[in-house]
Design a binder for this molecule. Structure first.
Ligand SMILES: [Zn+2]
Length: 237
């Protein structure tokens, strides 16, 4: 009896195993049928994961580039108008940011000692004045905005509205005022050699692909405020 009982005990699991095998094979069949779909599902999931990982830095870069490009209009960066209380008159009709006054006047004095006579042509310009210059000259010259923007900033996009920009001429060669020919004057030669000592820098050099070369246009970068104003311009160079 005991033996029979033992055999029964063995039989039951064997029978169970046979019974269990059936649903297993059904499951296996189902798996085989659905395996291409499962494979597809996991492949798509894996691909999406990989793409996301790769695209995150790319998207950031793309966003940065778009943001930088969005800030520009016809190649010019936006600039705020300096508050009136930060402006000082250095000559009739020429106002500049108080931070750069001493340096600018000192530069003219030093040039004079070397026999060079610098003349200041234009300093601070309000956004309203820039508006008149940009649109009136555009009409007078029958130019499209993009053509005009090569030689004049649209209102709200001029370094002159910051008070940190100055247009300089040679007092002995006034015919070169605002002309590319200014680069052949002694004044320009002196500025190229010495302006950096006074924290002045040429804004639009020959490498600028949007804006024409302006040898007469210099900007001041000798104070924290000025550096902040021109930070994005310097970052892009
Ligand atoms: Zn200028």
């Amino acid at each position: 009896m005991e033996l029979n009982k033992d055999i029964d005990q063995f039989d039951i699991p064997l029978a169970k195993r046979t019974y269990i095998n059936n649903p297993n094979s059904t499951l296996l069949k189902k798996l085989l049928i659905f395996s291409p779909f499962l494979l597809l599902f996991f492949s798509v999931a894996a691909l999406r994961f990989i793409r996301n990982v790769e695209l995150i830095p790319l998207n950031n870069l793309k966003f940065q580039v778009e943001r930088n490009n969005d800030a520009r209009i016809l190649g010019h960066l936006p600039y705020n108008e300096t508050p009136k209380e930060k402006l000082v008159l250095i000559e009739p009709h020429i106002e500049v940011h108080i931070d750069m006054r001493d340096s600018l006047l000192k530069m003219r004095e030093e040039a004079k000692k070397d026999g060079i006579y610098l003349v200041f042509l234009s300093g601070y310009r309000s956004i309203n004045l820039q508006n008149d210059i940009f649109y009136s000259l555009k009409s007078i010259r029958n130019q499209e905005a993009s053509e005009r923007a090569r030689v004049s900033a649209p209102p709200g996009y001029s370094e002159h509205s910051t008070g940190f920009a100055i247009d300089i001429g040679d007092a002995t060669q006034r015919e070169t005022d605002f002309e590319t020919d200014f680069e052949n004057t002694e004044a320009f030669g002196w500025l190229i050699k010495n302006a950096a000592k006074f924290h002045f820098k040429l804004s639009f050099n020959k490498d600028n692909k949007y804006i024409d070369y302006e040898p007469w246009h210099w900007r001041y970068e000798g104070s924290i405020e000025a550096l902040k104003v021109f930070e994005s311009s310097n970052r892009k160079l």
